[in-house]
Design a protein around this ligand. Structure first.
Ligand code: BTN
Length: 257
């Protein structure tokens, strides 16, 4: 079943909601709405995205009736952008746990994993006006609810909620819990509580990792997360370096997996 505009408006009240059966990217629609003056906390939801995007310009697939594709319009202090990302990741982790999933962890910087597989991606983008002035943030959230990954290149690395839980998941109800918890964590931007909770939710802190940055690969221990969102990697010689972007993979029994 497709999502319903009426049902979303009712469930997410008093937020302003724009729903599309099909759209290019909810982040684009939300940016346009933000620049036209959307209220804080407004949400754009789509049943299908034809040009959904992920980190590093990757394609994010949202076929009809399979997923949650949402963008939340926010006006935080831009200095808190990394913490908005943390707030979103924690909110989604909590909402997925409410569904009964147990092994839900975060992968720095912005993936939510169920077991070893990705269940959700987060894409926060700064919305800039024609003078390049930052006007706010569009927080894009994509949750795999019943996407099928069998036989695709993502089979080993992604899963969906219904496949993992073996039961139907109602997307509007899930979104409502995510937004409820997001509001809680957004109230904690800049706090030690937010940073500590985010760090505690990452499974590989204290463990050996490989970090693939744009053109360099680093091997070290994931020491901690800094308040600006950087992953602090400690090398064998004791030096530490703050990493702001990249893909992390874990070492297991001497191998990179
Ligand atoms: C990632 O893990 O690479 C981030 C994926 C973010 C996908 C969401 S779906 C809703 C919003 N609209 C988009 O085009 N992307 C984000």
């Amino acid at each position: 079943m497709s999502l319903s505009s009426d049902q979303l408006t009712l469930a997410l009240s008093p937020r302003s909601v724009r729903y599309y059966d099909s759209i290019g990217s909810t982040n684009d629609a939300a940016t346009e709405w933000l620049l036209a003056g959307a209220p804080n906390g407004s949400v754009v939801v789509a049943d299908e995205q034809t040009h959904g995007r992920g980190r590093f310009g990757r394609t994010w697939y949202t076929p009809p009736q399979t997923a949650l594709a949402v963008s939340v319009i926010l006006y935080p202090d831009i200095a808190h952008l990394p913490q908005v990302n943390m707030a979103a990741a924690l909110a989604i982790q909590e909402a997925v746990k409410v569904l009964g999933a147990e092994d839900v962890t975060l992968k720095w910087p912005n993936d939510v994993l169920l077991g070893e597989r990705k269940i959700c991606g987060i894409l926060p983008e700064i919305a800039r006006d024609s003078d390049n002035v930052a006007r706010g943030v569009v927080l894009g959230i994509g949750v795999n609810v019943r996407n099928g990954f069998a036989g695709t290149a993502l089979e080993a690395s992604a899963t969906s909620l219904e496949a993992a839980l073996q039961r139907p998941v109602e997307r509007t109800a899930l979104l409502s819990v995510i937004l409820f918890r997001l509001e809680h964590w957004l109230g904690q931007l800049g706090s030690a509580a937010l940073l500590n909770s985010y760090q505690a939710a990452i499974s590989f802190i204290g463990q050996p990792i490989t970090l693939y940055a744009v053109d360099v690969t680093y091997h070290g221990v994931a020491a901690r997360v800094a308040s600006d969102g950087a992953l602090i990697v400690r090398f064998a010689d004791g030096r530490e370096q703050a990493m702001y972007a990249g893909e992390v993979s874990l070492h297991s029994a001497g191998n990179t997996v």
